[in-house]
Design a protein around this ligand. Structure first.
Ligand SMILES: [Zn+2]
Length: 253
């Protein structure tokens, strides 16, 4: 299995438009972060988790020519606003499968009504195949995916376990029952927004506590704000086996 970090930034990305913050002005490519998303590949399958406003650029960066589907963690704009850009895949492959909570599918239908239209559909609009995710495992290609329920303040979000790999973003709290579903993962990705606490995201301290509970072989931090600091400086202070993810990083399991 190969996991590619397509984007590792928080909702505004880094740099933020018009910002003079030193991290936003950094020339280190690892300090430039598109909106959060990963691509997971195994056997002949390619799935994308979240499809934010940078989706087009991310597909170009990685030269992706075919996808098997898009999974959504939740409906916030930084995770969904690139859905229109599935068009090139739709034109080549036909309807693109999407996987999301019922509530998220409803939100997507409201925002992208033309994608879901069944009558007088605009000829250039893409079409999707809706797959509702519940708390039950579901199959993608040759793999059973385990959804992990977590809370983003008061909003439910899904994390996903792909065999030995698990991806969670926009988490603030998670029950011990859901944590049990993560036992034995080799590689864990989790959000760490910044040093200061935040009402709907783990800060660095909370993310490290969570990682210490799960004890994966390796953990990667994502959904990063410019306020966390320079990649180089933050990485130097992380415990062994914990890494700050950066855009275009690939890991193999
Ligand atoms: Zn987000």
């Amino acid at each position: 299995m190969e996991v590619t970090f397509l984007g590792t930034g928080t909702s505004q990305g880094i740099p933020i438009i018009g910002s003079n913050h030193p991290v936003c002005l950094s020339n280190d490519p690892k300090d430039k972060r598109l909106r959060v998303s990963i691509m997971v590949r195994w056997d002949a399958y390619t799935y994308i988790v979240d499809c934010g406003p940078d989706f087009r650029q991310q597909m170009l960066n990685q030269q992706v020519s075919e996808i098997n589907g898009v999974l959504f963690t939740h409906e916030h704009a930084d995770h969904t606003m690139g859905l229109d850009d599935i068009r090139p895949f739709f034109f080549r492959q036909g309807d693109i499968p999407i996987y999301a909570h019922k509530r998220v599918l409803k939100a997507l239908k409201k925002r992208f009504d033309y994608i879901f239209a069944s009558e007088n559909k605009y000829p250039g609009a893409p079409s999707v195949i809706e797959n509702e995710i519940t708390s039950q495992p579901f199959t993608l290609g040759t793999l059973d995916i385990i959804p992990i329920n977590a809370m983003h303040n008061r909003l439910q979000v899904f994390g996903f376990r792909f065999d030995q790999f698990a991806y969670l973003t926009d988490v603030k709290t998670i029950t011990s029952e859901e944590i049990e579903k993560l036992r034995g993962v080799k590689v864990l990705v989790v959000n760490a927004l910044r040093i200061e606490p935040h009402h709907s995201h783990f800060n660095l301290e909370e993310a490290l506590e969570f990682i210490a509970l799960i004890k994966p072989e390796k953990a990667y931090l994502t959904h990063i704000s410019h306020m966390l600091g320079f990649h180089k400086e933050v990485q130097a202070q992380l415990p062994e086996g914990v890494y700050l993810a950066y855009d275009n990083l690939k890991i193999t399991l």
